[in-house]
Design a protein around this ligand. Sequence first.
Ligand SMILES: [Zn+2]
Length: 169
Amino acid sequence: MRGSRGGNFETPQRVETTVGTEVQENKRVCELRWDLEMTPPTTGGIRSDAAGDGHFGSPRGSRTHKGTDFACYPGEPVSAPMSGEVYRIARPYADDDRWLGVAIRNSEYKAKLFYVDPYFSLIGSHVREGDCIKSAQDITQRYPDQGMAPHVHLEIKDKDGYLDPETLI
Ligand SMILES: [Zn+2]
């Protein structure tokens, strides 16, 4: 029953102290996020549809999925999942150069994003986590009539191999 004794001067001081603590705490959490976490490339959740499950390790014929698929709408702005150098265009299909993406690297990780129409001017330059790298393609045009949802594929490697992107986001 705080305030029932009418502490006119104490109450505002308590509030001020609490708010100050929260600001400090939020600042600390943001700094941790900046250091440890990545940004999802689209605003959609993880794809799961008739054509496949977008989680890391899901079956893909005789193989498993080496990344995470984030649902999107075609043309949606795509964010860089991490800070680093955009060191090359990525091409998911050797036999079909309509489909594009980017490869980004930093001191810890290499990330590849597929089915993204990139700003070619970014090649060779640095992006920060969350920077717009342009827009999502419509991968369902390659796999029509399979019930596939449009999505962007993200895969991340460190020096030991592929990682589950969900553990980093
Ligand atoms: Zn995928």
